[in-house]
Design a protein around this ligand. Structure first.
Ligand code: RRO
Length: 308
């Protein structure tokens, strides 16, 4: 069966790929993604300067999902710019994720990363874990200004990674911003920011940064992710392709994202837990799901949720 997909004119051999942040910071991790069945190689969100990130423990997995406050550990954009040509040799798309600590950082990175020619560039407006820095995409005015400044510097397709929104009015405002800024695809959603998981036995949070507050991922966020995929798919009338991220643990979860409007899905928490073998499992599971329904392509089901 063919699980390939196309996003903003770029062909992906499989609709499954890593979520930015999951096993994609070092050269070795990125090469392992290249060798795996992942349909793309997505980099860790990069900053201008290399960063070691927040103090540990900063990631915790539990049965329903995960919480993280990594704090943008990464090699710095110049290192990723150098790695991109090597990553492209795997013959699948390379998505470079950029996350500035201020607006000008996005422009600095966009210029240089664009020169390195990844297949797509993803502008991360939704990191929840930098102490004192709010998620940019929760401010539509800041988001629009930033996107309009960065857009002309990016010649490859430009995506935007958004945080979850919890009110239809916020979906509507951001969909209008996205529609005005030349965005080629959306990635929905980043982790659900500033949750708190505690260990009652020790009477402590499970992670150290920010008093234990961190971004939630995994199964428990799937309904939030699906709602955001669906809301933006409908508001943008299917004109802007969507990568669905959040709660993709089994093939059926990917199928649900597709029904809501996703063209591809990303795997975060369960990739960290299972390693790169997860892609083969997910492919098998989604193939079984599609063939049991008589469809052959992701395309056959995209956006086709039957509302009651
Ligand atoms: O590095 C992180 O703490 C992080 C980032 Br940049 C992000 O976009 N989402 C997330 O859950 N963690």
């Amino acid at each position: 069966m063919n699980l390939s997909t196309t996003i903003a004119g770029v062909k992906f051999p499989s609709c499954f790929m890593n979520a930015s942040g999951a096993l994609c910071m070092t050269r070795e991790e990125l090469l392992a993604l290249g060798r795996s069945r992942a349909g793309a190689i997505v980099t860790k969100s990069m900053t201008v300067e290399p960063r070691s990130g927040n103090p540990e423990p900063r990631y915790y997995g539990f049965p329903g999902g995960s919480i993280n406050s990594m704090g943008l550990p990464n090699l710095g954009y110049l290192a990723y710019a150098e790695l991109i040509p090597e990553l492209k040799q795997f013959g699948k798309p390379v998505i470079a994720s950029i996350a500035g600590l201020c607006e000008d950082d996005f422009l600095t990175m966009a210029r240089v990363i664009n020169q390195a020619n990844p297949d797509l560039i993803e502008v991360n407006l939704s990191c929840p874990n930098i102490p004192g820095k709010p998620q940019i995409a929760y401010d539509p005015v800041d988001s629009e200004r930033l996107l309009k400044r960065v857009r002309p510097l990016i010649k490859v397709p430009m995506g935007v990674k958004l945080p979850p929104y919890f009110d239809p009015a916020h979906h509507a405002v951001m969909a209008e911003v996205i529609g005005r800024c030349g965005v080629d695809y959306l990635n929905l959603i980043n982790s659900v920011g500033n949750g708190l998981v505690i260990d009652p036995k020790r009477e402590t949070p499970v992670i150290k940064p920010k008093g234990g507050f961190g971004g939630l991922g995994g199964s428990l966020i799937k309904p939030v992710a699906l709602a955001n995929v669906r809301a933006f798919w409908k508001l943008l009338a299917g004109r802007i392709p969507i990568i669905g991220t959040g709660g993709v643990v089994q093939g059926i979860d990917a199928f649900e994202h597709v029904l809501c409007g996703a063209s591809a899905v990303q795997v975060g928490t369960v990739l960290v837990e299972e390693g790169v073998g997860v892609f083969e499992r997910m492919e098998r599971e989604l193939e079984a799901e599609l063939s049991s329904r008589g469809g052959r392509l992701v395309e056959d089901y995209r956006g086709r949720l039957k509302e009651l």
